[in-house]
Structure formats: C-alpha cells, structure tokens
Design a protein around this ligand. Structure first.
Ligand code: PLP
Length: 359
C-alpha cells in the first residue's frame, strides 16, 4: 500500500515536471492545426463546404493585428500595385498596419455624424466608384470605433455590389460574439458574402471574446479557388511569417483549441460570451435612461442603436477633456466610450458628468 502511494506521488511529480515541456515545443510555422481548424469552423460555420473541400488557406496569427499584418504583406507581395480601402473612421492601427506593409490606402465613407449611424448611401457610392477588383477592409461586426454595423439587409446589398464590382472583402473580426452575444450571429456578414460566392479573407482574434489579450492568438484565413491553390497560399503565408517571427506562440492556441474542441467547454464559453455581451447591452440602456432621466435634451438613441464594446458618443474633444479633467472619466478624444468599463455602480456618475459637459 505504502509502495503504491509512493509510486503515485512520484508519478505525479514526474507529470508536473514534464507537463510544461509538452506545451513548450515550437509550433509549426502555420501554428496549431487544431486551433486553426476550430477557428475556421467559428468563422465559416461548422458545416462549411469550403472547409470540407479544403479551399481555405489558414494560419495561426499573432492575434488580430498579426493576422491583418500578415495579409497586408501578402497583398503587397502578390499584388504590389493594389490599394486597400479603409472605412472612415476605423481602428487607428489599421492605417499603421497597411502603411508599414507599404500598401497604398484609400478610404470609403462609413459613419454619418448627423445620425451617429451608418452612412449607407455614402458607403454604397464609394463601393461603386472604386475601380473594379479593389480590396476593402470591412469590420465583420461591432465596428471599432463607431459601434455601427450594417443591418443584415444592408450586408446583402453590400455583398451584391461587391459581386458586381469584383471587389475583394477582407473581414477583420476582432469582436466575434461581442455584438449580438452569439459568435454565430456575429459571423452573419461573412456568411452572406460566402453565400454569394466571394473569395473572402478573414482576420480573427481571441483577445476580446476569450480574454486572451496578451497571449496573442488569432487566425488568418483566405478562401481559395481549390485545395491546390489553398496549399500554395498557405505555403506563401508561412514564408512571410518565417522571417518575421518564425512561428506563433503556443499557450494561447492551446487554450483556444482546448475550449473550442470540447463540446462542454465550448458551451460554457458561449454562455460567458453571451453574458458579457448582454451586460454591455444592459449598460447601454442604463446610460441612455440615466441621461434621459436627468433631463438631457440631446438625442441619445445612438447609445442603444450602436453595438459591441464601443459607443461613439458624439462628444467633442473639448467635452472629453472636461470629462477627464473635471470628472476623472477617461475615453479616447474622438468620444469613444469603452462600454465594457461602464458598470451599474458608475453609470449614474457617468451620465451626470456627460450631462454637465454637454449642457
Ligand atoms: N481589429 C480591430 C477592429 C480592433 O479593434 C482590434 C483591437 O482593438 C484588433 C483588430 C486587434 O486586436 P488584437 O491584435 O489584440 O487581437
């Protein structure tokens, strides 16, 4: 008996010593195959024909930023004269990424300050006016910084117009699950493009929806014509990655593949994503109600119309400065509020302060 106990204790020690080594090996240049496979199911759908036909070239990337950068370098290498159309406004790092990849940038209209909503007509006109076969960077859901997404119907029209013009859509999906609370629902834009037969690209990030910010785990995927092309494209993506960082980090990929690869864990994660999104939606309602209750005469519907982690409040840089200096409330000077930082405990204080600086 004593021998058995000693043996088990020894085995436990050996496992404890050895276990970390299991996850400290290099990954292949393209990253964890399991993580990439699970990511594709999340973005393209469990039963995607593209996955079955092995038509998607995909590699693990250094989170969403790394996925965008890898694509930008790929674009520059194989289509050196192409441009990228970027929404006004966008996440500011998009400009840096494509600038450092030496890809020429152009813009398209997206946000209408008067309505604090989508500039749908401007967007459609710019799609039509861009030269055939242009590259567009689209936010799959929960647009940063505006929180303004096209409706399903509008996505269908956008996809149709892309088809007419032969444009290429590159989707940056940094917030899958954060908009509707359902990763599946938030992939709607991508699925509409896929239904229409577009060969899209997609950057995925697990920073926000799994809280893996510092683990730098994401995925870059590109839809190809067939399996042969997908193998070639993946090989080229790996060639770009090799002199940049050789191979991606292992730990975050293991967390993602373990969660998404296990039905029970995945169910738990989906519940948590929903809880997180619902809380943010609740805070939007609370902020708007508080502002209306205090008697602010300004329109605040956009707080609840917008979606995802950010609220593009419409506050001016001067009003933001007053919030910072007088109330110790911090946000970017373009008036973007991170709704994740709003709680039932501080929403009243925030509403009061916004009312004070917008009187
Ligand atoms: N894309 C958008 C629109 C973002 O807002 C962010 C993060 O803020 C990212 C990509 C990239 O984030 P990460 O590199 O941490 O995944």
């Amino acid at each position: 008996m004593v021998f058995v106990v000693h043996f088990l204790v020894l085995l436990w020690f050996i496992l404890m010593i050895d276990l970390p080594n299991v996850v400290r090996e290099y990954l292949p240049m393209g990253g964890s195959v399991k993580m990439v496979d699970e990511s594709l199911k999340l973005a393209y759908g469990e039963n995607s024909e593209l996955i079955k036909d092995k038509r998607i070239a995909a590699v693990q990337a250094l989170s969403g930023t790394g996925a965008c950068r890898l694509f930008a370098d790929f674009q520059k290498r194989f289509l050196p004269d192409s441009q990228i159309y970027i929404s006004v406004p966008t996440w500011s790092n998009h400009h840096n990424i494509w600038r450092d990849a030496d890809v020429q940038q152009n813009t398209f209209r997206y946000y209408l300050p008067e309505t604090r909503g989508l500039d749908y007509n401007g967007f459609m006109e710019d799609i039509k006016n861009a030269p055939n076969g242009s590259f567009f960077l689209l936010h799959a859901c929960a647009h940063n910084p505006t929180g303004v997404d096209p409706t399903e119907e509008q996505w269908r029209e956008i996809s149709h117009q892309f088809k007419v013009k032969g444009h290429f859509a590159f989707f940056d999906m940094a917030y899958q699950g954060f908009a509707s609370g359902s990763p599946e629902g938030d992939a709607k834009s991508i699925r509409i493009f896929l239904e229409d037969g577009h060969p899209i690209g997609c950057a995925q990030s697990y920073a926000k929806n799994m809280g893996l910010y510092g683990q730098r785990v994401g995925c870059l995927s590109l839809v190809c014509e067939d399996e042969k092309q997908a193998v070639a494209v993946k090989s080229q993506l790996q060639q770009i990655a090799r002199p940049m960082y050789s191979n991606p980090p292992v730990h975050g990929a293991l967390v993602v593949s373990t969660i998404l690869g296990d039905p029970e864990l995945k169910k738990l994660w989906l519940n948590e994503v929903k809880g997180m999104a619902d809380r943010i939606i609740g805070m939007r309602t609370a902020l708007r109600e508080n502002l209306e209750k205090i008697g602010s005469p300004l329109p605040w519907e956009h707080i609840t119309n917008q979606i995802g982690m950010f609220c593009y409040s419409g506050l001016t840089p001067e009003q933001v400065d007053r919030l910072t200096n007088e109330f110790h409330i911090y946000m970017t000077r373009n008036g973007r509020i991170s709704m994740a930082g709003v709680t039932s405990g501080n929403v009243g204080y925030l509403a009061n302060a916004i009312h004070e600086v917008t009187k």
